[in-house]
Design a protein around this ligand. Structure first.
Ligand code: ADE
Ligand code: ZN
Length: 337
């Protein structure tokens, strides 16, 4: 491993944009399909991987929801989550904030608690085994109705202390954040923080709505903010974090090549950008692969990488004390290098 790769893998960092269903590697998908007698649309791991060529967000989501159908019992969610934590640990991740999509599972008859309990058990095991701390974020599927989202929020209320925030994902175009204003308002009253995907494929207007109507603490993706200089100025002034996912953006054709990505420009404008893997089993890399691809494609310096790692800690939902501790660890790591 060359020294920049060591630096990237070694620096303490948080991952803040990670769909647990998007960490389902083809090998585990086939093993679970076999376990439950589920028939997959592809004949082999190789054939499935070869199908991971996407034109846009929707072409990916179609495969992603089909793949999630093999997740049926608590042990499946546990195996999925623990496998991700092992990969994250190898990439220097010290804290994760994980999205899960309960509607993807309840819609096909899997209990809300099956997903929640399996994920939570693995998060506890991961903390014991790897020292990785965690928060859980419940995402609403925006292609479904606001009423469906509200019912999902109500299902989550008994588990409030286990879920830090709500989020919004799935097909962005045609499903603006405003569709979910009442759901997020209720979630806020119940004590949840919130985040939302906005400005991945959708226009800057969706970012304004996420800020002003949903009152989110972070924007997931947000890269299309660059089309609106007033918005860029506001995001910088407010220190609003963006959880950017570079390999995802290239796989889903938001950018044609990593060299075209706007992350470095946003970082230089003073935005609080972070680097994340989104759905690593589908997009060709975990979080360190995202940092590495950016470093090579945009010629990032060690200072840039250290800033991105600091941003990830700063933008997380951990306590002020924990932030101070990890920012101190990052400084030690950088000066020892
Ligand atoms: N669900 C999983 N990955 C997603 C993404 N990149 N955008 C929207 N919804 C998603
Ligand atoms: Zn995402």
């Amino acid at each position: 491993m060359n020294s920049i790769e060591n630096f990237i893998r070694g620096i303490p960092k948080a991952e803040l944009h990670l769909h647990i269903e998007g960490t389902l590697e083809p090998e585990l998908m086939f093993a679970l399909a076999h376990k439950h007698g589920v028939k997959l649309a592809h004949a082999s791991v190789e054939e499935l991987r070869a199908a991971y060529q996407f034109d846009d967000l929707q072409s990916f989501l179609d495969l992603y929801y089909a793949g999630a159908a093999v997740l049926r019992d608590e042990d499946d969610f546990h195996a999925l989550t623990l496998a991700y934590l092992r990969r994250a640990h190898a990439d220097g991740v010290v804290h994760v904030e994980i999205f899960f999509d309960p509607q993807t599972h309840t819609e096909r008859g899997i209990a809300f608690e099956t997903a929640l309990n399996g994920i939570r058990r693995a998060l506890a095991d991961g903390e014991r085994e790897f020292g990785i701390t965690h928060r859980l974020i419940l995402c609403f599927l925006r292609h479904l109705s606001a009423d469906d989202a509200m019912r999902t929020l109500e299902q989550a209320l008994p588990y409030k202390d286990m879920i830090a925030a709500v989020g919004l994902d799935s097909s962005e175009r045609g499903h603006p954040p405003s569709k979910f204003t009442a759901v997020f308002e209720r979630a806020r009253r119940e004590g949840f923080l919130s985040v939302a995907h906005a400005g991945e494929e959708g226009p800057p207007a969706y970012i304004y709505e996420a800020l002003d109507l949903l009152r989110v603490s972070r924007i997931d993706h947000g890269v299309r903010c660059e089309e609106d200089p007033v918005l860029v100025e506001r995001l910088a002034r407010e220190g609003m974090p963006l959880t950017v996912c570079p390999l995802s953006n290239v796989k889903l054709r938001v950018y044609q090549r990593i060299e075209d990505h706007n992350l470095k420009r946003l970082l230089d404008r003073g935005l609080r950008v972070t680097v994340n893997s989104d759905d690593p089993a589908y997009f060709g890399g975990y979080v360190a692969d995202n940092y590495l691809a950016l470093q090579r494609g945009l010629n990032l310096s060690r200072d840039d990488i250290a800033q991105l790692a600091r941003n990830s800690i700063d933008a997380s939902f951990i306590s002020a004390d924990a932030k101070r501790k990890w920012l101190g660890e990052i400084n030690c790591f950088v000066s020892a290098y």
